[in-house]
Design a protein around this ligand. Structure first.
Ligand code: AMP
Length: 285
């Protein structure tokens, strides 16, 4: 596995791969690698791409300084995991190279209005500006590629897809299914901050989604069931929403068909998100 930190060496690496007729599979991560990340690496590899993983804890997407300070960092095991899951090139750019003005604001920001303002965007002001700005920069340096993202961060995929469309970027966005622990909890780097009791409460998110996913209902009935599941488990709900899977506009009770349920809650100061498909049926009168 090759390791690169310099931006120009990274650009050259991707260019050289394309010149040899290979396709670059970019997998952006913030490190603290786990099975969710590994599944993206494996998918890129299975698709025949040269797997280029980036590891950068992007401060611009943290709206809360204490969340950034508490974000887990496991550089040694990250290198080992990347090596063992088929990453060809691990890119670890410096904060200074990525954001030379930091901690001052960078003059250029990419904002995806609408999709980026809802749900997580409404509760974490500036979050998706930070995401879109860093992903745009990763795409600019890597050049034409396939980019792999996990459905765990469903809204993030929608924001990135919209940005790719609007800016006509030469990137194919590939979304990959959520990887869960055996108890259903969606794997996340933040889960290590949960104690045993918190973890058992956190399972309510996936339990609630499994419940509504198995039972067609109206949008408001789905929301009610999701809310009561989280309430019963003692999870402080940030939002529960049923939305159009592309625009993320909230669904109403006249709609039928497959939509996306997204939930977010806080357990012991740890913010957790999860999502899954739901089927909407007509209200019975
Ligand atoms: P992060 O390091 O948390 O920014 O995540 C990097 C990428 O891994 C993002 O595209 C995430 O959606 C994806 N990812 C994180 N956790 C999971 C998971 N449990 N299942 C699938 N993808 C995941």
């Amino acid at each position: 596995m090759q390791r690169i930190s310099d931006l120009e060496a990274w650009r050259d690496y991707a260019r050289a791969q394309r010149a040899q007729g290979r396709r670059v599979g970019l997998v952006p991560t913030m490190g603290a690698l786990h099975e969710g990340h590994a599944s993206l690496f494996r998918t890129a590899r299975a698709n025949g791409d040269v797997v280029l993983a980036t590891l950068f804890v992007n401060p611009r997407q943290f709206n809360d300084a204490s969340d950034l300070a508490a974000y887990p960092r496991t550089p040694a095991s990250d290198v080992e995991m990347a090596e063992h899951t088929g990453v060809d090139c691990l890119v670890e750019p410096s904060l200074h190279d990525m954001w030379p003005d930091y901690p001052d604001a960078t003059p250029t920001t990419v904002s995806v209005h609408g999709i980026g303002d809802r749900l997580e965007g409404a509760r974490r002001p500036g979050h998706f500006d930070g995401v879109a700005s860093v992903v745009a920069k990763l795409f600019a340096i890597t050049g034409p590629c396939r980019a792999y993202f996990g459905e765990k961060d469903y809204q993030q995929i929608c924001v990135v897809r919209q940005m790719v469309r609007d800016l006509a970027l030469d990137v194919d966005v590939v979304s990959c299914p959520i990887v869960r622990d055996a108890d259903g909890l969606a794997i996340s780097s933040r889960n290590v901050r949960l104690n045993t009791e918190g973890r058992s409460r956190a399972r309510a998110l996936s339990r609630a989604l499994a419940l509504v996913g198995a039972q067609p209902a109206t949008a408001s009935e789905h929301r009610r069931r999701l809310e009561s599941c989280l309430d019963e488990a003692g999870v402080a709900t940030s939002y529960v929403e049923v939305v159009d899977p592309v625009t993320l506009v909230a669904s109403n009770d006249d709609e039928v068909g497959v939509r996306r349920a997204l939930v977010a809650g806080v357990v012991d100061d740890v913010r957790l998100i999860d999502n899954g498909p739901v089927t909407l049926v007509a209200r019975s009168s």
